[in-house]
Ligand binder design. Structure first.
Ligand code: ADP
Ligand code: MG
Length: 627
């Protein structure tokens, strides 16, 4: 509980005690009025102030207004009738405030949960020392330092490029989806993502003043990405509140006038009281509170399960997912390749592996990491220059003055070398040395332990179609797909082909069925952005992936995709339950109030009761362990 909430709690307790004690004293008249105003004002002064401010600003119809009119009206009636019964007004205010406190506590708690989890990935800066990269806290980098940003990494600090060429994804900052080409001398802003080349950047700002803080804000405000259901509620409230105010006014005026016309007594007190009760009942708190809270709880529950959802709109989309497309490497497979053999070498096997590892030294592709690991030796980055990563192809670089190309068939054709085909199954990494074929490395990846189960779970959850995209060779792709039980495979795709295939799937699917793409962001970040919902591998995935995705799986477990869908469905179920329940009870109470069956006590109990039940129901969305 924060300070504000503690003060509120104290106010509530004092007012409640006074409300119980005061009726024990036999006082009447002005003294009684003054005494009873004490707890009323203690618990409700801020509501009254807000109501007055709202009226002055012309924004009349809000909850504070409803509460203020209802309670002041009740007090006025008590004065007029000389009944001295002010308890009702105090109770209405008191319960309203209890509800508000409960709400702010519940919302604050889940908000904190979410933001904490969103900040899990630390940002670092690379600094080159003796040919080796060193990761440092960006806060410790002073202005003017040269930092290195590799493909797939987020630029940690604003600066100017001193060497290297690349394209830059700035969509997180500007919303611009076209990559920006940059080279020596270009200004570069932190938070953008380096896509293709290695960049050396001289920083021009400190981390604290860099644009990246804007990105952190963006993530923290995830909760402001409203879902359709939430939009519905705020639109509903805008029409609803004025409507009930008008209703209350009519209720107070019309029946007495009719009664007068018919020659009977007007009975003003009775109808005004009913109108006031009507106002208390009409307060839409339960809806206004419980819907966002359900989403909060859903997002919080998901993050406890290792699934970060960046906004409630994504939770809503996720619940409607009917098509799931997986990327292969790093998503369904571990992305940890083992070297099975080196064939047709024109130089020694060790030399081929060394060249490959050096060429891959700046790549964050799983293949790159695996080759470096297989090589095992120290990697002196000073020997390597002019590194270019060709997405979905491989790497070209200059090593010790030799030009090296290292990648698949497509890359070999690009550099005009004809590769010798390999007869072993596996991913083949061809190496060309100074424009001549120098042999290939056969590597193979293993599927993640949960991949097959993940596909099965999705089908069990009623997902209509599960597909796989890969840039890898057809033979490898088909084998994995049949092992895992995947319906449709698209292989040998360049990153651009993946986007095109996604658009094709989007075009041909039924309109209401949502398409989710699950990837690690390596060569598929644009697809993550293009799909109805992009799900990224968080632990292994690049910053680009985490930025582009709508949902991030923290532990890279594909089984979590089905879980995320189930979590979202549960959350949406709760949202609909709350909408129906709250509106239903509200309408019933309004009717009872208008008929004079419900008094103000019942009204406030119904209101706070519905709200507490709705909030408790919303909090159910947090519990997702056994889904
Ligand atoms: P996937 O779609 O399975 O995730 P990618 O699109 O990342 O695979 O890569 C497709 C293919 O491109 C790889 O199988 C490999 O042949 C080649 N490739 C991509 N990046 C590299 C790299 N850094 N080094 C060598 N080969 C690469
Ligand atoms: Mg990939």
């Amino acid at each position: 509980m924060n300070r504000k909430q503690r003060i509120m709690l104290i106010r509530i307790i004092i007012a409640a005690l006074l409300m119980v004690i005061l009726p024990q004293f036999q006082v009447s008249g002005a003294l009684r009025f003054a005494l009873f105003m004490l707890p009323y004002l203690i618990v409700g002064y801020d509501i009254l102030l807000k109501a007055v401010k709202g009226i002055l600003r012309g924004q009349v119809f809000d909850e504070c207004f409803l509460m203020a009119v209802a309670t002041v009206g009740a007090i006025a009636l008590a004065l007029y009738e000389r009944s001295g019964d002010y308890t009702e007004a105090i109770a209405v205010m008191l319960f309203y405030q209890i509800g508000e406190l409960f709400q702010s506590y519940a919302v604050g708690k889940s908000r904190k949960n979410i933001t904490q989890l969103m900040d899990i990935r630390p940002d670092y800066a690379n600094i080159e020392k003796d040919g080796k990269l060193e990761k440092v806290d960006p806060d410790d980098v002073s202005v003017g330092t040269v930092i290195i940003v590799q493909p797939g990494e987020k630029v940690p600090i604003d600066g100017i490029v001193v060497s290297g060429e690349s394209s830059l994804n700035t969509s997180a900052l500007t919303g611009e989806s076209m990559p920006r080409s940059i080279g020596e001398g270009s200004e570069i802003i932190s938070g953008s993502i380096n896509m293709t080349g290695v960049l050396k950047i001289r920083t021009t700002k400190e981390f604290g003043e860099s644009t990246v803080s804007k990105i952190l804000d963006l993530v923290e405000n995830a909760s402001s990405r409203k879902s359709k259901s939430e939009d519905f509620i705020s639109r509903f409230a805008r029409i609803y509140t004025p409507a009930v105010c008008l209703g209350a006014l009519l209720l107070a005026v019309i029946p007495p006038l009719i009664s007068l016309l018919l020659g009977n007594a007007a009975g003003w007190e009775n109808w005004i009281y009913r109108a006031l009760t009507f106002l208390v009942i009409s307060c839409p708190c339960a809806l206004v509170i419980s819907i966002p809270l359900s989403f909060f709880a859903g997002i919080g529950g998901a993050s406890n399960a290792g699934v970060l959802v960046k906004g409630s709109n994504y939770l809503e989309t996720l619940s409607k997912t009917q098509i799931v497309v997986f990327d292969k490497t790093g998503t369904l497979t571990k992305g940890v390749f083992e070297v099975n053999g080196i064939h047709h070498g024109t130089v020694s096997d060790e030399k081929i592996l060394e060249y490959a590892a050096l060429a891959e030294s700046a790549s964050s592709h799983p293949i790159a990491k695996s080759l470096q690991k297989a090589y095992g030796g120290p990697i002196d980055r000073k020997r390597v220059s002019d590194i270019r990563e060709i997405s979905g192809g491989g790497i070209t670089a200059i090593i010790d003055g030799h030009s090296i190309a290292c990648g698949n068939d497509k890359l070999m054709h690009m550099v005009n070398v004809s590769p010798i085909p390999c007869h072993s199954t596996g991913t083949i990494i061809h190496v060309a040395l100074d424009g001549k074929y120098a042999g290939h490395i056969v590597i193979s990846d293993v599927v993640k332990p949960h991949s097959a189960e993940a596909i099965k779970e999705l089908k069990k959850a009623g997902i209509a179609k599960v597909a796989m995209f890969t840039g890898d060779a057809r033979s490898v792709a088909d084998k994995i797909a049949s092992d895992l039980g995947i319906d449709t495979v698209y292989s040998e795709l360049l990153p651009a082909d993946k986007v095109e295939k996604t658009e094709e799937l989007l075009r041909t699917k039924p309109k209401k069925a949502m398409l989710a793409f699950v990837g690690d962001g390596i060569n598929d970040a644009p697809v993550l952005g293009r799909a109805d919902i992009g799900i990224a591998m968080g632990a292994m995935g690049s910053d680009a992936a985490i930025e582009a995705a709508d949902v991030v799986l923290m532990d890279d477990d594909p089984l979590k995709v089905a879980k995320a869908i189930r979590i979202s469905r549960k959350c949406l179920r709760i949202v609909y339950q709350n909408i129906v329940f709250a509106i239903g009870i509200k309408l019933l109470c309004l009717l009872l109030g208008a008929l004079g069956i419900a008094n103000m006590w019942l009204a406030i109990f119904a209101d706070v009761g519905v709200m507490v039940i709705a909030v408790l129901n919303a909090i159910r969305a947090l519990f997702v362990k056994n889904l």
